[in-house]
Ligand binder design. Structure first.
Ligand code: ADP
Ligand code: ADP
Length: 233
């Protein structure tokens, strides 16, 4: 069974008297363990696609199955439960809580689960240590470099053991060497079986992926499905 299955997904927005089709018939299958890069010009539907994959938004038409569950039909609370259980998010600007320590930021997703605080803390610390940040646990985000902040954000995304990581321009705020370090973390995690989906404008970053999907006008450009063609286009 595929981890992610989209069938003819459409997402429309009503603006004034007219409709905008942010996604206009997207069909795509993503297997567990895939590493997918998502490209396309601004306004082509990438954010809308990621919001739907992440259960932050629902298709207007069509079907989205995540782990066999037809999530497009779920109500808000059920959608939030699936999101918290199955999805890890990584953002361009890290989105860490500025007043919280690195450790508290990583613990945060576990607060929503009934987990004893000592266990929560140990698990969060183990995640930080996995990314070489054990000695930075008590630092606030502003006391860390961009690359360190993104590693804290990756630790936070993984602490709940999600089935898929959705990363929106995760290297966009980093210099290219740090960006490569972040991508090699994703490659390593993917090597351990994690499904990774990364939106990127950078060809170098897209080359880390096994598969590139290019969006244009709310559709997937057909020749890019399942191939590495278009890498240098
Ligand atoms: P990208 O991430 O590739 O820049 P988006 O998914 O953000 O593309 O946008 C796709 C299209 O949908 C654009 O025309 C955008 O203006 C429109 N759009 C996206 N979100 C909304 C929204 N919440 N309300 C109205 N229009 C939107
Ligand atoms: P990105 O940098 O990822 O392309 P955008 O700046 O296009 O992001 O959009 C940021 C957020 O605003 C997204 O969640 C998108 O859905 C929403 N958005 C984009 N275009 C519009 C629009 N025309 N009207 C309302 N919301 C929009």
């Amino acid at each position: 069974m595929a981890l992610i299955e989209l069938e003819e997904v459409r997402r429309s927005y009503r603006i004034g008297g007219s409709w905008i089709r942010a996604l206009d018939g997207v069909s795509l299958t993503i297997q567990q363990g895939d590493f997918l890069a998502v490209r396309g010009p601004s306004g082509s539907g990438k954010s809308t696609f990621m919001n739907i994959l992440g259960c932050l938004d629902r298709p207007t038409e069509g079907r989205y199955r995540l782990d066999g569950i037809d999530v497009g039909r779920l109500h808000h609370d059920a959608l939030a439960a699936i999101r918290n259980r199955s999805i890890g998010f990584v953002f361009q600007s890290f989105n860490l809580l500025p007043r919280a320590s690195a450790l508290e930021n990583v613990e945060l997703p576990l607060l929503y689960r009934r987990m004893w605080p000592g266990k929560r803390r140990r698990r969060a610390l183990a995640m930080l240590e996995q990314f070489g940040l054990g000695s930075r646990a008590s630092h606030k985000p502003a006391e860390l470099s961009g690359g360190q902040q993104q590693r804290v954000a990756i630790a936070r995304a993984l602490v709940t053991e999600p089935s898929v990581i959705l990363a929106d321009e995760p290297t966009g705020a980093l210099d290219s060497q740090t960006g490569q370090e972040i991508m090699s973390i994703f490659r390593g995690l993917n090597g351990e079986g994690l499904t990774v989906i990364v939106v990127t404008h950078e060809a170098e970053v897209a080359e880390s992926a096994d598969r590139i999907v290019t969006f244009r006008d709310g559709r997937v450009v057909p020749e890019d499905v399942g191939t590495r063609s278009g890498l240098n286009s």
